[in-house]
Design a protein around this ligand. Structure first.
Ligand code: ADP
Ligand code: MG
Length: 258
């Protein structure tokens, strides 16, 4: 069954049609990539699904419930999560503490001042860290971690909200090729195990072709192709967008490590 149904979705900024009438479905257990050149409308689409931007037109339904017009908090409670970067202020907390904070926030418990954070949701936090392969690092401050490990903790924190759909906008930015592949392989495993779905953007075509179940190609706000790796690779319009513009399916130069 389709988890997310996007129909005729549009967003205009003044005269710019950032997203121009796109349709797609996302199914349980699916890792769906949204690709396209810079300015294609990928982030705008993500922000409409997450409720940070209001659509100019069209519909976004999660398990039959309309998300257009809902506030980000409501959309989050309906089961749409997104990965967020660990704020600099939380970098001094341990991996475990950050994950516990995410669980506390999900369960909206007020802090019990008589009960230290270290006792709350400890087991659940450890279980999440186990799922992302970070349990052995639970007691380390996030500031000490390698970049790829920080991304795993951020994934555990996003899972604390128990999303049905997880949005990941450029989750592997700043990572080396091996780390990218490891993070996406982990994400795919979690999608299947937790019976959720992921919509992600990614610059590296190698990563997309290796891990995505299906891909959507956007260009100038329009959906120009949809399909598996084979059909996308051989799609004339996609080749034109990538090759015609001088871009290729090769990985772009690495972003600097933050
Ligand atoms: P992508 O994530 O695919 O690179 P974006 O969704 O960020 O693309 O942008 C799509 C288009 O919308 C671009 O032309 C961009 O300049 C424009 N745009 C995005 N956000 C805004 C905004 N807040 N105000 C005005 N124009 C915007
Ligand atoms: Mg973007």
């Amino acid at each position: 069954m389709s988890l997310l149904q996007v129909r005729d979705l549009s967003k205009a900024f003044g005269g710019v049609r950032a997203v121009d009438g796109i349709h797609f479905d996302l199914h349980e257990g699916e890792l769906l990539a949204m690709i396209g050149p810079n300015g294609a409308g990928k982030s705008t689409t993500f922000n409409m699904v997450g409720g940070q931007l209001r659509a100019s037109g069209g519909s976004i339904q999660l398990q039959g419930r309309e998300l257009v017009g809902a506030k980000p908090r409501q959309i989050c409670h309906l089961g749409v999560g997104r990965t967020f970067q660990i704020a600099a202020t939380f970098a001094s907390l341990t991996v475990l503490e950050n994950t516990q904070m995410a669980l506390l926030s999900h369960h909206k418990r007020l802090y019990h001042w008589w009960r230290p954070v270290r006792d709350q949701y400890r087991e659940q936090a450890l279980a999440l860290l186990e799922q992302v392969g970070m349990a052995a690092h639970a007691e380390r401050p996030c500031s000490e971690l390698a970049y790829g490990d920080v991304k795993r903790v951020e994934l555990a924190m996003a899972l604390a909200n128990d999303p049905r759909l997880l949005l990941m906008d450029e989750p592997t930015a700043g990572m080396g090729p091996q780390e990218r592949n490891e993070l996406m392989a982990l994400t795919k495993r979690l999608v299947v195990e937790r019976r959720m779905a992921v919509l992600f953007t990614e610059h590296s075509m190698d990563v997309v072709f290796a891990h995505a179940d299906r891909m959507l190609v956007l260009a100038r706000g329009r959906l120009i192709a949809e399909g598996d790796a084979h059909s996308i690779r051989n799609h004339p319009q996609v080749q034109q967008v990538y090759f015609g513009s001088g871009k290729t399916f090769e990985r772009p130069p690495q972003e600097p490590q933050p």
